[in-house]
Design a protein around this ligand. Structure first.
Ligand code: OGA
Ligand code: MN
Length: 301
């Protein structure tokens, strides 16, 4: 294992045969030594999901500062109801069931309907021309049960595909939009401006993960079609591939504790939230998201 600047190696425990590891004995902050940042990056390239338990010291600013050590932080204005945003800082993504008053959102609130899209397998910001690389999610308040997050390894899934299948998939280009993932849940009431902001963007279906050199599927519930294909044919293929790629042998399930910071690489994983009693219990999670360096079509295949 690589060592940090204090020559203490990161204490890493693998959590699943395909992906995910726990890193202990490290207090995260914006002031980590460059050697520690490199060691975390190397562990990310290998495990794709890292759990850092006991990071209750991170407030929004420190979480942001830690994120900036690894790249450019995305601006994430809310797509729906930006004016009723709970967290003022656009670089902190509010992954909670709370409104501006800090109270649980009413069952029929549009923001709640929209947030339910996180229960579908996806890769963060795959609907943006330059999508996300790392996401960093911090648990501030968690419900007594449920609300786990699952991660699926898209490199292992790619590796497990038969060669003939790989050949048909390798050069395909998909179209991603938030409208497509929300439509899967029957959420279709977008204003004309919201629709305008959701113009589909093209992404490769198969990409090379730069840090590991491994090929990866790039799937997401935000996909609504494949360029040059009839939509039903494309969606049937994508559904089949998603089922294949999210078998338990490729999936690690994280049970949250308050203070956990989980970092995942959206370039080679998908994730989804699991249900919880969100009309009863608060769940307050905050996400800092990094931008990849280029649109997937501009990256080496
Ligand atoms: C996210 C996300 C799922 C969850 O933060 O990007 O999809 O379990 N979260 O909250
Ligand atoms: Mn997400």
């Amino acid at each position: 294992m690589p060592a940090n600047d204090d020559t203490a190696p990161l204490r890493i425990t693998s959590l699943h045969p395909a992906l995910g590891a726990r890193v202990e004995g490290l207090t995260l902050s914006p002031d980590l030594a460059p050697g520690t940042v490199d060691a975390i990056r190397a562990a990310m390239d290998r495990y794709a999901v890292l759990i850092f338990p006991g990071q209750a010291q991170l407030d929004d600013e420190a979480q942001l500062g830690f994120g900036r050590l690894f790249g450019t932080v995305e601006e994430t204005p809310s797509l729906v109801d930006q004016s009723r945003r709970r967290l003022p800082q656009n670089q902190i993504n509010d992954i909670s069931n709370l409104g501006v008053d800090g109270k649980i959102l009413p069952a029929d609130d549009r923001r709640r309907m929209f947030n339910l899209g996180n229960l579908l397998w996806h890769s963060d910001s795959s609907f943006k021309p330059t999508p996300a690389s790392y996401s960093m999610l911090h648990a501030r308040v968690i419900p007594p049960e449920g609300g786990e997050t699952e991660f699926a390894d898209m490199r292992a899934a790619w590796d497990a595909l038969p060669d003939a299948r790989k050949a048909t998939l390798r050069d395909l280009v998909t179209e991603h939009s938030l409208i497509f993932s929300r439509a899967l849940l029957g959420f279709e009431e977008f204003t004309p401006e919201e629709r305008e902001r959701c113009t589909p963007v093209p992404q490769r279906l198969v990409r090379r993960h730069p840090g590991s050199g491994r090929m990866s599927l790039y799937l997401s519930s935000h996909i609504g079609g494949i360029q040059g294909w009839q939509t039903p044919e494309a969606m049937a293929l994508l559904r089949d591939l998603t089922e294949f790629a999210t078998q338990s042998r490729f999936v690690y399930r994280h049970h949250w504790a308050v203070g956990d910071l989980v970092v995942w690489d959206n370039r080679c994983t998908m994730h989804r939230g699991r249900p919880y009693a969100d009309k009863t219990y608060p769940r307050d999670m905050r996400r800092v998201t990094l931008m990849d360096v280029a649109p997937t079509l501009a990256q080496a295949a």
